[in-house]
Design a protein around this ligand. Structure first.
Ligand code: HEC
Ligand code: HEC
Length: 318
């Protein structure tokens, strides 16, 4: 009986099609209806009107032709960019912007990595921060006002909730504001990794700077500072996008901290709301753990101390 069907081609085609369709339905469509297939990170929030407007500009300008938005679960990627991407982070990404080309770095963990002011300046002229950057300048976006009606329409289509006030506030914002708002929310539903801590076996607790006052280290530190820090802290650490490093205030509280606290902060970066030594961070200082060696970090600290002593000398002498 079973063998007969092989002699009836039409019958065989119909039966096999039916079997394949049932198989497809069972293995594809049924799971697609289950909640398991649509994970959502608990902390993930739908886009606000301003963020969605920025996302539209991201797509319009083709940022995804040069930037990916997904960190693969590979050691090297996690070291460079941070926690690897989870399916549940993209529940509101319609369409997703994972991309496949990395002319520039991955942006999946860019949100809150830098302060807003850094992004405005970087979009204005990427070459100012990175001489060799081939990223186009986007400062002209600030000449374009947002169209609240247009954004509202898009929010409705995607089913995101919003208040009329949020929509009317868009009138006062331009396209660059929207792009920065969007960039600052990317990947923020996953907590930043603060576990990187210190390289090597020892902890930083109660470690003295082995290069304190070392002339060669101060000179090396100056170059490292210029390369990595001055964009945010100013040429002479007098403060700019980031706070002054030569005053007596550390994380907004009077009273300087020890070298090992400097080390920890440079190593780990900062995160909004995190408290260290009773001082609350606002966030925006990137971690340098993968980019600088221990020795380089200590050298930079020696240089900051040198600048600070110089400044105090100036203050004393009037
Ligand atoms: C031609 C390729 C190219 C395009 C298009 C491009 N970028 Fe970039 N981008 C780069 C490169 C290269 C870098 C690294 C050097 C630098 O920071 O300027 C970069 C860096 C960045 C950074 C800093 C990342 C970090 O972790 O330091 C951000 C943010 C960024 N781009 C956002 C954007 C956005 C948003 C757009 C679209 C409006 C865009 N880029 C378009 C090439 C590009
Ligand atoms: C992208 C901008 C940026 C870069 C680059 C940067 N910082 Fe910062 N830095 C900040 C911000 C913003 C804060 C305030 C952090 C906070 O409130 O959480 C800060 C805080 C600090 C503090 C705490 C000092 C205080 O008085 O509050 C130190 C020390 C510091 N940075 C050192 C460095 C060093 C050294 C480098 C280079 C290796 C560097 N930073 C690079 C933005 C930056």
């Amino acid at each position: 009986m079973a063998g007969d069907i092989y002699k009836k081609p039409v019958m065989f085609a119909i039966v096999s099609t039916a079997v394949i369709l049932i198989g497809t339905a069972v293995t594809m469509f049924i799971p697609m209806m289950t909640a398991q297939m649509h994970p959502r990170i608990e902390a993930l929030k739908p886009f606000t009107p301003l963020q969605l407007a920025g996302r539209d500009i991201y797509q319009r300008e083709g940022c995804n032709n040069c930037h990916t938005q997904t960190v693969r679960p590979l050691r090297t990627e996690v070291m460079r960019y941070g926690e690897y991407s989870k399916a549940g982070e993209f529940a509101y990404d319609r369409p997703f912007l994972w991309g496949s080309k990395r002319t520039g770095p991955d942006l999946a963990r860019i949100g809150k990595k830098y302060p807003d002011a850094w992004h405005y300046r970087h979009f204005e002229n990427p070459r100012k921060f990175f001489q060799e950057s081939n990223m186009p300048a986007y400062g002209w976006l600030k000449e374009n006002n947002l169209d609240p009606g247009d954004v509202k329409g898009h929010m409705d289509v995607l089913g995101f909730s919003y208040s009329e006030e949020e929509i009317s506030l868009l009138q006062e914002r331009n396209e660059l504001d929207a792009l920065v708002a969007y960039v600052q929310v990317i990947g923020t539903s996953i907590p930043r990794r603060r576990a990187v801590r210190t390289q090597g076996k020892t902890t930083t607790a109660e470690i003295k700077n082995p290069l304190a006052g070392n002339q060669a280290a101060i000179i090396a530190g100056r170059d490292l500072f210029e390369e990595n820090c001055s964009d945010c802290h100013g040429e002479d650490a007098e403060g700019d996008i980031g706070p002054s490093l030569i005053d007596d205030v550390f994380l907004y509280v009077e009273g300087d901290l020890a070298d090992d606290d400097y080390f920890e902060l440079i190593n780990n970066g900062t995160e909004e709301g995190h408290v260290e030594e009773g001082r609350t961070m606002k966030g925006g200082m990137p971690a340098f753990v993968g980019d600088m060696s221990r020795e380089e970090m200590w050298s930079v600290i020696s240089y900051i101390r040198y600048l600070k002593n110089k400044q105090e000398g100036k203050n004393r002498d009037g």
